[in-house]
Ligand binder design. Structure first.
Ligand code: APR
Length: 255
């Protein structure tokens, strides 16, 4: 529940961190990472497919899954949560957006300098020489159940092009991780939106902020246990974020 105290803490904050997971894109029609897979990948666990072993074992199956996901993102629009997060930047002196998501919906909603802890669907590279590969911005309509797609080849070394995401067992991008821990250490308010909080080290960030005395707020329709010092706003991200901004800044935003 959004208390007047919580609204006041957000209004007075000098630095707010917004940390997001797949739940923030659900209202844009993008399935969460742990939603059961359908179609061609129905019999797979996402955590199995999101690995370099899966890609090397069956490049077309893995690349087909990521292209299917990229296609969904290209067809999606930012939702009320992405827009409210972008709007929040107008009201607070410093806003840092750190996401686990590999879509670009925060950027398309107007958020700037978004740190992607788990990479991006839009930045594929050669699996061998790491040369960046430019994907066509429009992709042909894919069957809803997905399809196997032969990955492109690198123009420099003919290696397979792989998705620009962080697979299980791989290191997070140094710049994104450093930005995340620096912001968690400095912020007054840390909003953790739409994440199950089970994948580390990303899930460390709210704990780091809490340890430094920040106000930590979880926004999720599925309640989970939190410490007595944390806040929980139970509901979909778009509804809760818009209510939070209205409670804190009303219709007369701080200019
Ligand atoms: N608004 C807010 N949260 C929502 C909504 C919604 N409308 N709908 C679902 N959720 C919540 C779910 O309750 C769940 O807690 O979003 C969360 C999604 O959890 P996951 O599917 O585990 O996604 P995420 O937390 O982002 O996973 C973290 O795991 O495997 C890696 O790379 C993958 O980045 C991903 C990371």
């Amino acid at each position: 529940m959004i208390t007047s105290s919580l609204a006041e803490q957000l209004r007075n904050a000098q630095h707010v961190v917004v940390f997001t997971g797949a739940g923030v894109s659900v209202e844009s029609g993008i399935p969460t990472f742990r939603d059961a897979l359908t179609g061609l990948w129905e019999r797979f666990d996402p955590a199995q497919l999101a690995t370099s072993d899966a890609f090397r074992a069956d490049p077309s199956l893995c690349w087909g899954w990521y292209e299917w996901r990229r296609n969904k993102v290209l067809q999606a629009q930012p939702n009320g949560a992405h827009l409210a997060i972008a709007e929040l930047a107008r009201y607070v002196p410093k806003l840092t957006v750190v996401t686990q998501n590999v879509d670009d919906l925060h950027e398309r909603a107007g958020s700037r300098d978004v740190s992607h802890l788990h990479g991006s669907l839009h930045s594929p590279r050669c699996i061998d020489c790491r040369l960046a590969y430019t994907l066509p911005l429009t992709s042909e309509a894919l069957p809803e159940g997905g399809s196997r797609i032969e990955p492109p080849r690198c123009s420099a070394c003919d290696g397979y092009v792989r998705p620009g995401v962080v697979w299980f067992g791989e290191m997070l991008p140094e710049d994104a991780w450093s930005a995340g821990i620096a912001a968690a250490a400095e912020c007054d308010v840390f909003l953790s939106i739409g994440t199950s909080g089970i994948v580390y080290p990303a899930a460390e960030l709210p704990l780091r902020a809490l340890g430094r005395g920040a106000t930590v707020v979880h926004i999720n329709p599925a309640r989970f246990d939190i410490s007595g010092q944390e806040h929980f706003l139970e509901g979909p991200a778009s509804v809760m974020m818009q209510s939070l901004l209205r409670e804190a800044f009303g219709d007369h935003p701080v200019s």
